[in-house]
Design a protein around this ligand. Structure first.
Ligand SMILES: O=C(O)CCC(=O)C(=O)O
Length: 206
């Protein structure tokens, strides 16, 4: 008969595993996109409460009081609501080089889209380092990813976070069609107002 001793540590670990699951469980929710290397679509990664606080934070900045303004950029020290948001992002998914830099992000761009507005397909400027996070708030919208003849679509819902590194950041273009209604997975998405917060890190010239 085979017998093995279970140590106290193993017992504690087994109980913790049962109650909390493994740290891998968290990553299991946020798998890399099967066809786009370096893209993570982290669904509902931001709680409803934090989404509300961020929307209020953006409104309090007064960036979009003029109806013609739909983009704001901040560099260096970020507003408290933005730092709170950045601190909750699943940056552990990034490569060690990205996730261990200090700070991980020092720049934010807030975009507000009215129904029918979008953003042209682009790769982010090379003045920003690898490792970019985009947080979606408000209305859902479809984001298109294109690379040569390859085309992928993702439905971004409020609270979703996209992490882009490597190919997803440098090779694939991302953009949002300027439409008020769109189809995704056989359903229609009627766009309302959408806000996105993009976090990046500026390349430091040596
Ligand atoms: O609104 C988004 O989700 C994307 C924003 C973006 O790509 C940009 O500001 O460069």
């Amino acid at each position: 008969m085979a017998a093995y001793a279970i140590t106290n540590n193993e017992r504690v670990e087994a109980v913790l595993l049962e109650v909390f699951g493994t740290s891998d469980d968290e990553e299991d929710d946020f798998k890399q996109h099967p066809r786009i290397n370096g893209l993570y679509h982290c669904q509902t990664a931001v709680s409803d409460k934090l989404q509300e606080a961020v929307i209020k934070g953006v409104a309090a900045e007064g960036w979009f009081t003029d109806a013609d303004m739909n983009q704001a950029m901040r560099f260096g020290t970020l507003p408290v609501w933005a730092t709170n948001l950045a601190n909750t992002l699943p940056v552990h998914l990034f490569t060690k080089q990205i996730r261990s830099r200090q700070p991980v992000f020092d720049q934010l761009t807030a975009n507000v889209y009215e129904p029918g507005e979008g953003i042209c397909a682009h790769v982010d400027l090379h003045k920003f380092e690898d490792g970019i996070a985009i947080v979606s708030l408000g209305s859902a919208a479809v984001m298109d990813f294109t690379f040569g003849s390859c085309h992928e679509r993702l439905l971004l819902r409020p609270g979703d976070v996209l992490l882009l590194e490597g190919d997803a950041r440098y090779k694939w273009q991302h953009g949002i069609a300027a439409v008020a209604i769109e189809e995704f997975g056989g359903e229609h998405n009627q766009r309302g107002q959408r806000t996105s917060i993009t976090f990046r890190k500026l390349v430091r010239e040596s």
